[in-house]
Design a protein around this ligand. Structure first.
Ligand SMILES: Cc1ncc(COP(=O)(O)O)c(C=O)c1O
Length: 490
């Protein structure tokens, strides 16, 4: 496992156990134990992929149509959950059961109906308040900040933690902290293909044209290429030269370089430590803050923070996390602690989210997930075995893939830890879009990522998925690829 301490300092509900709190009441505990046992019995009936019930099809189709009317457009998939699942298997309202390989885009680290998470959520629901805010909160919410700061501070100078209810909001906080630190420096440096969230500012920094279409552009962003594995060390030299040129062109005008250490939406692109360290060091020498966006990576690599595994903590001034933690957080060093008034808000998150997040982080911390031989790495190895075997067995599914410069992409299976990708159908956006719909229909929920080539993306429930289950997932993948090819031929 990682280096996170097993003993979280006492800042939480146990410290109040002398008070007659509902969560400590024996009758309430017994009732919760009954509820959890009952859920466990119900979920144990979910054991394999199933097609929809024919007699529910009309009703569920009507829901989707109404949902599309209410939202103004249909959702990506015709997904309405039944509210029950078993680990990586989820039951939908139409009666179908599917492998959930995306989990709310990396949120449900313990999959569906995990009884430990349900128990934690019930504990949260017993609190006097449903939503937790910045002005009034209970002792138990401090535990998450404590877990995050304790872990982060082992290899970095990060010491403080501001909590909010979305990745985008903590990214806004991070940008504000960086701007205040640099006296309102107007420019931001970001990697090409990055994703940052959906506020007007984050949509502008994020490098996807459709996400900023029609927005009034008022943010000055300088894009840097991500690491280019085919160019190797040349890519690093070129990037450092480009960064130096940017700094020379706009001296003292950059508030930060924001980096995803492993690009998420951009395609699960990875870079070696040497590349990222060279860029971070160049920033440090120029007084440009380094902000690491770990909203997608947090919890999914060999250590809780990807910067730890990469040995980059010494360079990190600001770091944002979200998704699997259930609540989102902006961590910063003492030097970056902003003046009063800069960071606040009404909500932090729901009280149950704090309880579930804390439980998830504790189990991940103490349960043998991290390290080179941890559960995360073992799940990744199982994914690679199945994906590589499919590439060799069915070459017709994997035609040549070319990058934007026309070069042949050799690795059709990639990613790190709990971020997994493979690249069938030549990496074509249209064809992978068709495949994703067929996968959904056949029983695997996945998403795409990348801006060309495009990939199939898995963010599995690494807290509960067993490596052996990858075989069953890839049986559906194989069937779905065969069906996609057959449908394309017609
Ligand atoms: C790297 C990264 N940053 C920021 C965000 C935005 O987080 P949220 O959707 O919770 O606002 C995401 C979400 O996918 C992300 O992957």
């Amino acid at each position: 496992m990682g280096t996170m301490s097993a003993t979280t300092p006492v800042t939480r509900a146990e410290a109040l156990s002398h008070l007659p709190l509902p969560a400590a009441d024996p009758a309430i505990r017994a009732a919760i134990a009954d509820i959890v046992a009952r859920v466990s019995a119900l979920q144990s009936t979910i054991t394999q992929v199933l097609p929809p019930d024919a007699d529910r099809a009309g009703e569920v189709a009507a829901w989707h149509a109404r949902n599309a009317q209410l939202r103004g457009r249909a959702t990506l998939y015709p997904y309405v959950g039944a509210g029950l699942g078993n680990g990586s298997l989820v039951k939908l309202a139409d009666g179908s059961v599917k492998w959930d390989m995306i989990n709310g885009i990396g949120v449900h680290m313990f999959g569906h109906s995990d009884t430990r998470m349900i128990e934690a959520a019930l504990d949260g629901a017993l609190s006097d308040i449903c939503m937790t805010g910045h002005i009034q909160h209970n002792a138990d919410v401090l535990a998450i900040a404590e877990i995050l700061v304790t872990q982060a501070s082992r290899t970095s100078a990060l010491r403080h933690c501001f909590v909010a209810n979305s990745g985008c909001m903590v990214n806004e906080a991070a940008l504000k902290v960086c701007q205040q630190h640099t006296n309102a420096a107007p420019r931001v440096i970001a990697f090409e293909d990055c994703f940052m969230g959906r506020s007007t500012t984050m949509a502008q920094i994020g490098d996807t044209p459709a996400y900023r279409q029609g927005l009034a552009l008022n943010v000055l962003v300088d894009y840097m290429p991500f690491y280019d594995a085919l160019d190797g060390a040349v890519s690093t030299d070129r990037s450092v030269a480009q960064l130096r040129a940017l700094i020379a062109r706009y001296p003292k005008q950059h508030s930060c370089f924001v980096m995803e250490l492993i690009q998420g939406e951009g395609g699960f692109n990875v870079a070696p430590r040497s590349h990222l360290a060279a860029l971070m060091k160049t920033c440090r020498d120029a007084g440009i803050p380094v902000w690491v966006d770990e909203i997608q990576t947090f919890g999914r690599t060999t250590e809780p923070f990807a910067f730890e595994g990469l040995g980059l903590g010494e360079f990190v001034d600001v770091c944002t996390v979200g998704k699997m933690a259930q609540v989102c957080a902006c961590l910063f060093t003492e030097k970056f602690n902003p003046k009063p008034g800069l960071l606040a808000g009404t909500f932090m998150a729901s009280t149950s989210a704090f309880h579930v997040g804390r439980r998830a982080l504790e189990i991940m911390r103490d349960g043998g997930y991290y390290g080179k031989d941890g559960k995360v790495e073992r799940l990744h190895a199982a994914f690679r075995r199945e994906a590589d075997a499919l590439v060799s067995r069915r070459p017709e599914f994997f035609p040549a893939v070319r990058d934007p410069r026309g070069r042949l992409v050799e690795s059709l299976v990639g990613g790190v830890g709990g971020m997994m990708r493979f690249t069938p159908l030549g990496g074509s956006k249209e064809r992978i879009g068709r495949l994703l719909n067929v996968l959904f229909d056949e029983g695997v929920i996945a998403l795409g990522c990348g801006h060309g080539p495009f990939h199939v993306r898995f963010l599995p429930a690494i807290g509960v998925m067993e490596p052996a289950q990858m075989k069953a997932v890839f049986a559906v993948v194989e069937r779905s690829l065969a069906r996609t090819l057959a449908e394309e031929a017609n």
